[in-house]
Design a protein around this ligand. Structure first.
Ligand code: ADP
Ligand code: MG
Length: 243
């Protein structure tokens, strides 16, 4: 198995608040890792540090062989190797769905428009949104918007897909269609790190579950271990809230 992403002793503070306290984490190619933990435990900050949306205070981050935490790195070039989807407000409201999906391919990856659009249409077709391609995002349901955001994130064939609680802003009836798309990407071999509160989904789809508490990884392992036989009292206490 080859490691795609590796955090080595990553520390991050906002002012005097230590939010990440020495995170060691690896992500192998084709691996799906669920990041769980209470609100405020540092999940979003970790994801944002990994794709260089936040500078880290200490430690190192490797994408493939490259130390992307090196201050001399071109952060935009590195970010283009990630796909990221957040809780909400992922799509540009003033652009059509198609333009949203093709933007990064065309601008960052310099793909010709027709090639970018062909690929985007094939992806939108696959998720049943081809007929919405010319619409602006506000014409789509929340679930459709998140699926379009996922398609936008994968349109450039990223090495790693970072998903940050992508269903938590959705009405309950729209959650399933978004998770189903993530499940398909996982089956297709995508490399995914996802912060989530969807424990049933994590148990079902993730290869590994990582429990974060107050900026520290308390425990990690296969879902059967985390959900079935957690070793740490803090993990069990956290998971007890979901049953
Ligand atoms: P989670 O995603 O697990 O809910 P976050 O990473 O969003 O946790 O937040 C972890 C802690 O960091 C929280 O206490 C939050 O208030 C704080 N925090 C996050 N982003 C910032 C920021 N930009 N400035 C100051 N504090 C922040
Ligand atoms: Mg968060």
């Amino acid at each position: 198995m080859s490691t795609v992403l590796r955090a080595d002793g990553v520390w991050k503070a906002f002012g005097d608040k230590e939010v990440l306290r020495g995170i060691d984490l690896t992500l192998d190619r084709h691996e799906v890792v669920a990041l769980i933990g209470a609100s405020g435990s540092g999940k979003s900050t970790l994801l944002r540090c990994l794709n260089l949306l936040e500078p880290i205070d200490d430690g190192q981050i490797f994408l493939g062989e490259e130390d992307i935490s090196d201050p001399r790195i071109d952060a935009n070039r590195v970010r283009a190797r990630f796909g990221a989807v957040f809780q909400s407000y992922n799509l540009f409201p003033h652009l059509s769905v198609l333009d949203n999906v093709t933007l990064s391919s065309r601008i960052v990856h310099r793909m010709p428009r027709h090639a970018a659009e062909e690929r985007a249409m094939a992806l939108l077709e696959r998720i049943g949104l081809a007929d919405k391609a010319k619409d602006h995002p506000d014409r789509l349901s929340g679930g459709q918007q998140q699926r379009a955001a996922i398609v936008r994130a994968i349109a450039t064939d990223p090495e790693v897909l970072l998903l940050d609680e992508i269903t938590s802003a959705l009405d309950p009836e729209l959650v399933g269609e978004v998770l189903e798309l993530v499940r398909q990407l996982a089956q297709d071999g995508a490399t995914i790190l996802m912060a989530t509160h969807e424990m049933a989904f994590a148990r079902d789809v993730a290869h590994r579950v990582v429990f974060l508490d107050a900026g520290t990884i308390i425990e990690q392992g296969p879902p059967s271990q985390l959900f079935g036989a957690a070793r740490e009292a803090r993990t069990r206490a956290f998971l007890a809230r979901f049953t």
